[in-house]
Write a protein of this length. Structure first.
Length: 269
C-alpha cells in the first residue's frame, strides 16, 4: 500500500511547535501536515510527567486517527517526559520523532566539553538531556537551568529589547554557564531569540536548536521508506488547537512565519 500521500502529524502544547512545523514544511513543501496545539493544557512546562504522558498518548491517537504516516513530538517538555511511553503504546510500524535526540546527537557528535541546556521546568526536571548525553559520552559536562519566563516573554513579543536583555542576563549570567562550548535551546519558543542569545555570548558559544535537524531526520526516514510525497497536490495543511483564543491568532505568524487558520477541536470530551 502506498502511504506516501498521508499527512505528517505534529503536536505541541500550543503554538510554539509551529517553529518545528515551519522547519519541516520548508524542507518538505510537498508534505501535508496536521498540527495539534494542546492550548487547553498550556503550559506543558509546568505540568507533571504523568499528565504529559497522558496528554501525549491521547493526542497521538488523534493524529493517527487522522491517518498520519508519522508523528513528530514538537514539544520539548512532552519529548523529554512522554516519548518512550508513546513508542511503547503504539504499533512498531509507526515511526515517531522528538526534538530532544537531534540536540543530543549534535552535542555528542561535536565532542563539546561543556554544554548548557535551557528549557521549561518539566524538561529540566526530567533530566532527559543530561541522561541521554552522558549515556553516550560521560565526559561531557552538562549544566541545566529552567528558564520558564522566556516562554511568556517571547509570546508577549518581548525580544530584542531591554526587557529581554535583562531577563536573559538574569538567567545566563551565572557561574554554571561559564566556559560553555554550546548552549542547547531545549524549548519550542527559544529559536526566536537564538540571535539574541548568540549576541549575549558575543558569538563565543554555539547556540543550537533542533528544528532543522528534526526536519532532516524526517526527510531521510521518509525517503528511505518510500514515504516521501513526490506529488504536488495542493492539499491543505490543518492546524488544530484544543482551546482557541484571539491572542493565538495574533502570535501564530511569529512562530510559523505566515498567517494560518486555527481550528478549535475538543479531543478531551
Ligand atoms: N512547548 C513547550 C516546550 O517546548 C513550551 C511551552 C509550554 O510550557 O507549554 O517545552
Amino acid at each position: 500500500m502506498d502511504r506516501s500521500g498521508q499527512p505528517i502529524g505534529i503536536f505541541d502544547s500550543g503554538i510554539g511547535g509551529l517553529t518545528v512545523a515551519n522547519a519541516i514544511k520548508s524542507l518538505l513543501p510537498n508534505e501535508r501536515i496536521i498540527y495539534f496545539g494542546d492550548s487547553a493544557h498550556l503550559p506543558y512546562g509546568d505540568k507533571s510527567a504523568d499528565a504529559l504522558r497522558y496528554f501525549s498518548i491521547r493526542i497521538t491517537k488523534f493524529l493517527l486517527d487522522k491517518n498520519c504516516k508519522t508523528v513528530v513530538v514538537a514539544c520539548n517538555s512532552a519529548s523529554s517526559t512522554a516519548f518512550d511511553t508513546i513508542k511503547d503504546f503504539y504499533p512498531d510500524d509507526i515511526r515517531f520523532f522528538n526534538v530532544v535526540d537531534p540536540l543530543v546527537q549534535e552535542a555528542v557528535g561535536k565532542k563539546y566539553n561543556k554544554v548548557g541546556v535551557i528549557a521549561t521546568k518539566a524538561t529540566i526536571r526530567s533530566n532527559a538531556y543530561s541522561k541521554k548525553i552522558n549515556a553516550l559520552d560521560p565526559s561531557i559536562n552538562v549544566v541545566q537551568l529552567a528558564t520558564p519566563l522566556l516562554v511568556h516573554m517571547i509570546e508577549e513579543g518581548f525580544y530584542n529589547n531591554n526587557i529581554s536583555h535583562a531577563i536573559l542576563d538574569n538567567y545566563l549570567n551565572q557561574h554554571r554557564f561559564e566556559n560553555l562550548d554550546a548552549l542547547l535551546l531545549a524549548c519550542t519558543h527559544y529559536p526566536l531569540i537564538k540571535q539574541e542569545i548568540h549576541d549575549y555570548f558575543n558569538g563565543q558559544v554555539k547556540i543550537l536548536d533542533p528544528n532543522l535537524a528534526v526536519a532532516n531526520q524526517l526527510k531521510v526516514y521518509l525517503e528511505s521508506n518510500q514515504l516521501l510525497n513526490n506529488e504536488v497536490k495542493n492539499q491543505e495543511d490543518q492546524f488544530y488547537v484544543s482551546d482557541f483564543t484571539e491572542s493565538f491568532l495574533e502570535t501564530v505568524k511569529i512562530f510559523y512565519g505566515k498567517q494560518i487558520e486555527l481550528q478549535e477541536i475538543d479531543i478531551w470530551k
